[in-house]
Design a protein. Sequence first.
Length: 453
Amino acid sequence: MAGPPPKSKLSRMARLGGLTSRVSTSYLGQRIAGAFQGDEAREASLRQAHLKNAERVVTTMGSLKGAAMKVGQQLAQVVDGMELPSEVADILGQLNDKAEAVPFPLIRASVEKELDAPLTALFASFDEEPLGTASLAQAHAAQLKTGERVVVKVLHEGIEHSVDSDLAALKGLLIGGRFLRRERSEIDAIFAEINARLTEELDYYQEAANLEYFKRALADVPGIEVPGTHPSFCTARVLTMDRLTGAPMDRFLERADEETRQRVGDRLVTVFYEMAFRLRALHADPHAGNYLFRPDGTVGLLDFGCVKRFDTYWMGHYADMALAILDGDQAAFETHARTIEVLMTDDPDARAILWKLGRLVCKPLEVPRYRCGVEGDDVTPQVQRLGPSILRHQGVRSPPDLVFLHRALGGTYAMLRKVQHDGAYRDLARSYFEHASGVAAGRIGDGSPVRRR
């Protein structure tokens, strides 16, 4: 049976340091060998190095859990922007379900310590088999004495003490392994943003507050459900919430008819725009494992530990930047891109590549309807091909606020591709962009409903 992840900074740093050393040595050996190889052999050798190192990352980070595994998952999500083969994404994607379960006696001890009572006095029943084990916590089904079916999420012991050291070691891994080829100041800013979100995820009082906020804020969005909390059974390390019914996406898609799939797609799109451009508070961990789907198309949102909040004026400029793309106004686009520090240069090549990227990402918004995940939906491969060109321009940046916004956008788009959603994105997106722009400029009251086109 698997034990808990190592708690001490020294042991965690030793594992991550060993991983960094093995990855760096691997690439160094490959470069030396490559000097004596032809182009085809050198490319094949580099591909094998990438695959082997991805497997090393999965093995080490999956056993460590915590910040190490969390950032590893994020690395998997952004792999398309790096100069790596597509197979690496498949290997790194295992991090989403790689975590080993923590033995139940340790879970029982944690819950009883936090809630200051025996488990049998607290719950009518408590399943020993976990519903799931993630990078930061483990979740169990339970039933309260009053009959409510709940999910109890328990933070891994000692994880909160590992964030700073894990991130420092991972930063060294990503730089030393040549996964990230950006200026140090940009990497530092991105890691500071990740650190801030991780710190919030380790506070279950904060997540309980997030759940209650989104439950109220999204109450009027049709077909969206957010679990409520049970404050008497919540602490900083234990979170007890309603258990939502529904199936994971893959199982849902096995049985869903076309009408229901499209209804789900409509709801995924609407709730993303509602959170990002009206609430300016975004569920920022949007992979399919954090959603449940019912036969009637109701979508349940889970895991509100990672929530990104945006400044009114920053989001207004971002919305104006998007509107400029839709209007074909490159000058206005660049003005707003400079304001939010996406564009930091006058280099015409950098400006051209950023404009090209913006037009590409907004491709589904430039036609009355667009179907995702079918032949002709080529946004993802085109972005992949553009990635290396973007990385070569240091004057094109990813400011901290953009990290989780685009992570949520990419995760939502991935789910829309799976349901093959046929959406009227153009009019819906423009309505929300104009709303965020109007709020920032004082033309629209904050919190007002969006007037959809």
